[in-house]
Design a protein around this ligand. Structure first.
Ligand code: GAL
Length: 395
C-alpha cells in the first residue's frame, strides 16, 4: 500500500525531461478507464475509455512471477488513468508477435514488453518504431534499436547473490573442502539468463579453479546447463540424468546452483526422487515462487533472490509517463519520482545492438531465506503467512 501511496504522490510531480528515443504524444493522461483484468494465456484484456492506451505484453502465465507482473502493471497504469491491453503469450514467440501487432493495430501510445525471446521480436519492434510507439523492454532486454528504455533488476547481481550465498554457506574461504556442486541455468533465449549465470560463476570460479569446489559432471558451460523456457520438468530431467551418471556411486552433492525458482523446483524434485545421499543439498533460486518459499520453510531449498515486481511496475509507470510527456529521461527520474526503494540508472551494461546502449533503470534484488522471509516478504505486505508458517502471495 505504501508503494501505491508513493505512486500517487509521484504521479503528481512534474518532471523537466526530454525523451531520449521513443516519440509518443505529449497529451497528459486523461480520465480513468474502466476495469479490465489480466487473463489467461488464451486471450487478452482490454479496457475502454478515452485515456492514453498502454500495451502490456507478458511472456506467459505458466511461470508464476509474470502473473504478478501483469497484475501490478495493469493496476498501476489504470490507477494513473491509462487504458491497458494486457496479454500473456504462453511462451510462444509467434503468439507474442501477434499479440503486440494487435496492440499496434489498437493504436497503443506505448508498449511494455517482457520478451519470450529477446532476439525474435525485430519485425514487430520495427513496426512499433515505424508507428512512433515508444517501447519499454520490461525485465528482459529486447535486441532491437526501437526499444527506448529497459526496466529490470540488476540481473548480474542476482547471480552474484546466489554465488556468494553458496560461498558463504559452505565457507569456501576457510573450509578444507572439496565440495561437490552442479549448475542449472535459465533459458538461453532469455537475455537475462547469462547475466544470472555469469554473476554466480564470477563468484564461484576461483573456488572451482582451486579445486575447493568440484563440478563432478564437468558440465559448466552455459549452453550445457541452460534450461529451455525455464521449464521445471526439463530442469528435473537433466538433474536426474546428472545424478544417475555421476552420483549413483554414493558421491555426495553439496550444492546445486539454480538460476531461478522454477528450475530449482525441478532440481529439488530430482534430488528427492533420485539422490541417495543423506545430506541436505544447498539449492539456490530466484523469484519467491510460492512452492519454493514452502520448500525454504521446510528446509528443502536454501534461498531465493527476491525481486519486488510491484516496484518494477512503479518504475515502469513513472518512466512511461515521462516518455509520454516528452520529457528528457535520465537519472533525475529516480530522485524526482520519490520512490521508497533503491534504483540505479545504467547507461553502460545493456545494448540493443552493437554500440547502441539502452538506458536502463535497475532495481535491487534481495536474498531471502527462512531466517528473514517474514521481514522481507510478510512485513512488506507482499505475502501473507498461514498458521503452518507457509507464505502466500498477498496480491
Ligand atoms: C527471467 C526473470 C526471472 C526468472 C525467469 C523466469 O527473465 O528475470 O525472474 O524467473 O525469467 O521467469
Amino acid at each position: 500500500m505504501k508503494k501505491f501511496l508513493a505512486l500517487t504522490l509521484a504521479v503528481g510531480m512534474s518532471l523537466s525531461l526530454v525523451a531520449c528515443s521513443g516519440g509518443g504524444t505529449t497529451e497528459p493522461s486523461t480520465a480513468p478507464s474502466d476495469s479490465g483484468a489480466a487473463v489467461s494465456d488464451s486471450g487478452s484484456s482490454e479496457s475502454t475509455g478515452g485515456a492514453q492506451k498502454i500495451g502490456i505484453s507478458m511472456p506467459t502465465q505458466s511461470l508464476e512471477r509474470w502473473n504478478r507482473d501483469g497484475s501490478y502493471l495493469d493496476e498501476q497504469f489504470k490507477a494513473a488513468g491509462y487504458e491497458t491491453i494486457v496479454t500473456y503469450s504462453d511462451n510462444d514467440t509467434n503468439r507474442q508477435v501477434n499479440d503486440i501487432q494487435n496492440m499496434i493495430a489498437e493504436d497503443v501510445d506505448l508498449l511494455v514488453v517482457a520478451a519470450i525471446d529477446g532476439e525474435a521480436l525485430n519485425t514487430v519492434m520495427n513496426e512499433a518504431g515505424d508507428a512512433g510507439i515508444p517501447i519499454i523492454a520490461y525485465d528482459r532486454l529486447i535486441m532491437n534499436d526501437n526499444v527506448s528504455y529497459y526496466v529490470s533488476f540488476d540481473n548480474y547481481t542476482v547471480g552474484t547473490l546466489q554465488g556468494q550465498y553458496i560461498a558463504d554457506t559452505l565457507d569456501l574461504e576457510n573450509a578444507a573442502g572439496p565440495f561437490n556442486i552442479e549448475l542449472t541455468a535459465g533459458d538461453p533465449a532469455d537475455n537475462n539468463a547469462p547475466y544470472f549465470f555469469n554473476g554466480a560463476m564470477d563468484v564461484l570460479q576461483k573456488y572451482i579453479d582451486s579445486g575447493k569446489l568440484v563440478v563432478v559432471s564437468g558440465q559448466t558451460d552455459f549452453d550445457t546447463v541452460a534450461t529451455a523456457a525455464w521449464d521445471s520438468q526439463t530442469a528435473m530431467e537433466r538433474a536426474q540424468n546428472v545424478l544417475a551418471s555421476y552420483y549413483a556411486d554414493g558421491t555426495q552433492v553439496d550444492a546445486w546452483l539454480c538460476s531461478n525458482d522454477s528450475t530449482a523446483l525441478g532440481v529439488t524434485q530430482a534430488i528427492q526422487s533420485d539422490y541417495a545421499g543423506s545430506n541436505t543439498v544447498l539449492i539456490t533460486g530466484q523469484d519467491g515462487d510460492e512452492a519454493n518459499l514452502k520448500n525454504i520453510v521446510d528446509g528443502v531449498q536454501s534461498m531465493t533472490v527476491y525481486k519486488a515486481v510491484a516496484n518494477e511496475a512503479v518504475v515502469t509507470l513513472d518512466l512511461a509517463k515521462a516518455i509520454l510527456n516528452g520529457d528528457t529521461i535520465d537519472e533525475s527520474l529516480i530522485s524526482a519520482s520519490g520512490w521508497d526503494f533503491d534504483c540505479t540508472y545504467d547507461t553502460e551494461t545493456y545494448n540493443t545492438s552493437e554500440g547502441r546502449n539502452c538506458p536502463s533503470f535497475l532495481l535491487v534484488p534481495d536474498v531471502v531465506t527462512a531466517d528473514n522471509m517474514v521481514e522481507k516478504l510478510v512485513d512488506t505486505g507482499y505475502y501473507t503467512q498461514d498458521a503452518d508458517g507457509y507464505l502466500h502471495p498477498a496480491a
